[in-house]
Design a protein around this ligand. Sequence first.
Ligand SMILES: [Zn+2]
Length: 119
Amino acid sequence: MSTRKNSAGGGALKPLPMILGAAALIVLGMLLSTVLVDQSAPSPAPGAATVTPVYSSAVLDIAKDFYCACGSCGQEELVVCSCDTAIQEKNYIHDLLEKGYEKRSINATVQAMFGGGKT
Ligand SMILES: [Zn+2]
């Protein structure tokens, strides 16, 4: 009986420190994550916005035929404007170029999608 109790007791005693350790790790992790989230929360948004994407001359060649379609930057040239809409438009042009579309059909598609064509 004593041996049975011992083995059972040993089995019951062992997991306890592990649970405590796990709990401590979870608490630590929560503390760390709140600290990390606190510090990193403001940085991604401005970081993503301040990075000016570099466009190929082919993209800019098409973009220069358009004004920015955002409507809030005073009909800025699409090439010059770096607002979200302008970036979206230029990414769209880039996408179509990647797919092998001709300049003329990209022009027409961008005009249909966003408008702001100079002609
Ligand atoms: Zn704009």
